[in-house]
Structures are given as structure tokens and as C-alpha cells.
Design a protein around this ligand. Structure first.
Ligand SMILES: [Mn+2]
Length: 395
């Protein structure tokens, strides 16, 4: 494969709380995150496929605090693989500011943090393997002669960045070498106060960048082109909760002048999944639990949020905690959310609006075409019943 071998990751959010999990599992997840970090830093180390450049696109830390285990993991992790040059572009959670961890931790000298060095252009960096380029606004660059590659990047200096960096006038210094950029940014985000570096994709067309490695959005949503520039979000390498479901990972492959061969690589040690389960017709907890175990495959590294829906008998009072307690035996984590509708009784005056509404909705739900339509109709029934309930209360 031609070109330079890179690995692009972002948004570790070290020391963020793994909320929504039982404490013992949250501890395990913190350990998982450290293990995944070490796996990435040492990816293919010692082989002919070893990573030459590691790009970390911000929010490595969740804030200004770090525990000894994590600090040890990060510093020793970097130190354990001095062959791979590391570039970090601090984000909105770990901006370069007075009390930034980037100022307090002493990284090995094959790690370059954008926004830290005020040194003039021409200064050797990265043990002499790189040469610092001139400042182009808030963007700095490091030229790596051995790879004929220039790495650009910039840093957040606070929790927000309203003015996009790079701006629309940015051009690479040497269009003939391979040009990489690493950034924490909200591509095509709205330019309002309180923005997160809203770089417009249109401004990348003339930039001369071959690959832009992005952080900030927590899921990989594919590779995109702006002219010759390829850009992508790697997403988080390890999910932190049910708002980061599915497969997490990083991006790896080769980049050369005018071309890229990059792919998303799944990496997470744990996975969060949300399962919607129709339990219409069930009348007790035993049947409900059996239904869950039939539909949700137990796995030591998958954490579930099961949303119960459908129409249930008026006498069945679902207790989510009771189900979760039972699930402790079979699942590493299973949380239950009750979103069911109690099957209404169309009694009372036959011609009443409430009755007509209930009958109509129940008929439509029975004849629904697919789960999605069924869910919408159930929500409509629920909302309608609440409205009628309020009216009923006033007599
Ligand atoms: Mn961010």
C-alpha cells in the first residue's frame, strides 16, 4: 500500500462518568477505555503495518481532572510506542487553557499537542523528525521530511469556538506533499455564539488537505468529500452510554498525495444496545421475563436498554426494577423502560367520543403495517387517553 499509515481516533473522554450503569460495571468500563486506548496507541506496533502517525482529534480528556490509573495508562501508553508520531488537537472538553491537563502532564517528545507551542517556524520538534511551520491564524503545522507529509491542526482555547479554524482562506503550504489535518470541529454547524468550531465543508474545497481527521461527533457516519479533501469523524472508540449505541471504533489506513485508502475499524470492548420489545398480550412478570430472554441474546460485553411497548391488560402493573433485578443473573447489564399502554376499556356511553376514539385506535393498531406504524398509533392512543382523562376529571 502506498502512502503514510495513519490511525485516527477521537473523543475518549477519559474520566467521564459511565452513567446509567451499576457502579461495578462503570469501573469495568473505565478499565475497558484504558485497554482500548493502549490497543490503539500500539496498533500493529512492531509489524510492517505499524501506524506511522496517530491523530487524536480532541476530547481525549473529559475535563481538567485525571485519576492516577488513567494518567499512568496514557503516559506509559505513549511511551511504550515511540515509533508512532502522535498529534493531538484539543477539543471543547480539553481546551488549551491555564489549567489544562496538556500543560500539567509531561508527554513523551514524540507527542505533539496543537496549541501548546509558541515556538517560531523552523523549530525542530518530535525529536527532530518534524519541523514546525508558521502559524496560519490558529492553525499550526509540522512538516515530516521522512514521509513528505505535513500535519496541520489547531486547538480549542475554551469550551467554545465561534470563529471556525481553519477559515475559508486557508491553503496548505506545500500542495505537493501529503497534507493531513486533525481538528475538533462541528462540520457545517451553525455559526452562532456557543458554537464548536463550525468549519464549513465548502471552505475545504480549495484547502489542499488530503485527509481531515475529525473529532466531536460521537459516531462515525461515513467518509465525505469536499473536492479532493476527504474528511470523516471516527466516533468514540468506546461507548459511554445508551446515547452512544452500536459499534464504536476508529479509522485506519493509508493516505498519500491526492488519495486515501481508509476504513472504519470496530474497536470497543463493550457495546450499548437499545431494544424495542412489543409485549402486547402479556399479563405477568414471569411471561414478560421469558419474552425478554427469548428476544435479547445475553452477552458479557453488550449492555441493554429494553423499551417495553404494546398494549397490556389493565391488571398488569409492570415494575421495571423487578425485571432488572431478575436480569442481573443472565445479563451483564439490562435496564428496562416501560413504555407500554394499558389496554383501554371502551365502556361507558357507546356513542361517546372517548369510546369511538379507543375503538378506532385499537382497530388501527390491530391492522398496523409494521412495528413503526404500530408504535406511532400506540403513542397516539396514549396521548388521546391522557387528554380524555383530563377532560373526564372535570366531568
Ligand atoms: Mn467535543
Amino acid at each position: 500500500m502506498p502512502g503514510i499509515r495513519i490511525l485516527h481516533c477521537a473523543d475518549f473522554h477519559f474520566e467521564a462518568a459511565f452513567s446509567g450503569l451499576v457502579p461495578s460495571l462503570a469501573g469495568q468500563r473505565r478499565e475497558d477505555l484504558r485497554t482500548t486506548f493502549l490497543n490503539l496507541v500500539r496498533w500493529n506496533a512492531g509489524t510492517s503495518e505499524a501506524t506511522e502517525i496517530l491523530l487524536i482529534a480532541g476530547d481525549l480528556f473529559d475535563g481538567r481532572r485525571i485519576g492516577p490509573a488513567t494518567q499512568d495508562c496514557i503516559l506509559k501508553g505513549f511511551a511504550s510506542n515511540p515509533q508512532t508520531l502522535v498529534f493531538i488537537a484539543p477539543g471543547n472538553h480539553d481546551p488549551i487553557e491555564l489549567r489544562s491537563l496538556y500543560r500539567r502532564l509531561v508527554f513523551p517528545d514524540h507527542v505533539f499537542v496543537f496549541g501548546l507551542s509558541p515556538a517560531p517556524a523552523g523549530t525542530p520538534v518530535l525529536r527532530g523528525r518534524g519541523i514546525l511551520g508558521p502559524a496560519q491564524g490558529p492553525i499550526r503545522s509540522v512538516f515530516l521530511p521522512e514521509f513528505k507529509t505535513c500535519v496541520y491542526g489547531g486547538a480549542f482555547e475554551g469550551p467554545y469556538a465561534d470563529e471556525p479554524f481553519p477559515g475559508p482562506s486557508f491553503r496548505v503550504l506545500d500542495p505537493n506533499c501529503t497534507n493531513l489535518m486533525v481538528l475538533h470541529a462541528d462540520i457545517d454547524g451553525i455559526r452562532l455564539p456557543g458554537a464548536y468550531n463550525p468549519v464549513s465543508s465548502a471552505s475545504l474545497w480549495q484547502s489542499g488537505i488530503d485527509y481531515l481527521a475529525l473529532g466531536h461527533r460521537h459516531s462515525h457516519d461515513g467518509f465525505k468529500h469536499a473536492g479532493e479533501t476527504l474528511y470523516a469523524y471516527s466516533g468514540v472508540p468506546e461507548g459511554h452510554g445508551f446515547d452512544e449505541p452500536g459499534t464504536c471504533g476508529f479509522i485506519a489506513g493509508s493516505v498519500w498525495k491526492g488519495g486515501q485508502d481508509l476504513a472504519f475499524v470496530p474497536a470497543g470492548l463493550g457495546r450499548y444496545e437499545r431494544v424495542s420489545l412489543d409485549i402486547t398480550g402479556l399479563g405477568n412478570h414471569e411471561d414478560l421475563y421469558r419474552r425478554i430472554t427469548e428476544a435479547v441474546p445475553a452477552s458479557p460485553w453488550v449492555f441493554y436498554q429494553v423499551v417495553l411497548r404494546g398494549l397490556i391488560a389493565p391488571g398488569f402493573q409492570i415494575i421495571p426494577d423487578l425485571v432488572a433485578e431478575k436480569a442481573c443473573r443472565d445479563y451483564s447489564h439490562l435496564q428496562v423502560i416501560d413504555d407500554t399502554v394499558t389496554r383501554p376499556d371502551p365502556s361507558g356511553p357507546a356513542g361517546s367520543l372517548r369510546n369511538l376514539f379507543i375503538r378506532e385506535l385499537l382497530d388501527r393498531i390491530a391492522a398496523a403495517d409494521g412495528e413503526e406504524q404500530k408504535e406511532i398509533l400506540e403513542t397516539a392512543l396514549k396521548a388521546g387517553l391522557e387528554a380524555f382523562g383530563q377532560r373526564g376529571g372535570r366531568g
